[in-house]
Design a protein around this ligand. Structure first.
Ligand code: ZN
Length: 249
């Protein structure tokens, strides 16, 4: 786990065998089961099942929010975590939790794309007078208690997300180097931040239709290894306050 301000973002979760189900413990199926031989389906023989789809383009999306586990300081996955750092929140403890943003795309292309918003914090930023948990609660149409304790903000956050509310999220592409991050970890140094942000700053290449499109693969400016853009959330908005610009039919 990185120090505060540089949370370690993991690569977007990859299912173990394509559909997320583990082979271990699977039911035995007779290879001659008629279900395997009776239904004839058509697949796209020109497409490539091993090709990674491009990341969802930058813009405003309708999305669903839900609470997902966070890795605690011992490495266990827990629903939320109490955390304290001497340089944060005047050294007072707070709660941190993860939220999963699932994009809604009426065209189907990026529908269900999941982005984990890591380390959403309950503390109130004294300069701004805001708390990340409260902001997400309000944008998701929940009820934010005020004044409130750290615990009350956490509870309201979890309660709001339990209803899997809809919001509008603004997303952007971001590239960071995993290899340089691992090197920094080994030397016990601060991980370098992302080196490229915003889809329009990525190199433009000709797509399958001949039109220019942003290439999500870029070389790390330091070690030159290939890095792939990850989709991040910039801002949360209430449905109705902000129009979606992506994911429309
Ligand atoms: Zn690098």
């Amino acid at each position: 786990m990185g120090t505060f301000g540089t949370p370690t973002y993991e690569e977007e979760q990859k299912p173990q065998n394509g559909n997320g189900t583990a082979a271990v413990g699977a039911e035995y199926i007779d290879p001659n089961d008629p279900l395997l031989t009776s239904e004839s389906l058509t697949d796209d023989v020109t497409a490539d099942a091993y090709k990674i789809p491009p990341p969802a383009p930058d813009g405003f999306w309708r999305a669903k929010l839900k609470s997902v586990p966070i890795k605690d300081t011992k490495g266990a996955m827990v629903p939320f975590m109490a955390w304290r750092h001497e340089k944060v929140n005047d050294g007072k403890p707070m709660f941190v939790a993860n939220a999963e943003v699932s994009l809604i795309d009426l065209s189907g292309k990026f529908d269900g794309t999941r982005i984990t918003e890591q380390w959403v914090k309950s503390n109130i930023d004294k300069r701004k007078g805001t708390s990340q948990m409260t902001t997400i609660i309000v944008k998701a149409g929940g009820t934010a208690p005020s004044p409130s304790t750290e615990r009350q903000r956490l509870d309201a956050f979890l309660k709001t997300l339990a209803g899997e509310p809809e919001v509008i999220v603004e997303t952007f592409w971001e590239a960071s180097c995993m290899k340089c991050g691992e090197t920094a970890d080994k030397k016990d140094e601060k991980r370098p931040g992302p080196f490229l942000r915003g889809m329009h700053r990525f190199p433009q290449v000709k797509g399958p239709t001949g039109a220019l499109e942003a290439d999500p693969i870029v070389p790390c400016p330091v070690c030159k290894s290939s890095c792939r853009a990850q989709v991040r959330v910039a801002t949360f908005h209430r449905v109705g306050d902000q129009k979606a610009t992506r994911g429309l039919a």
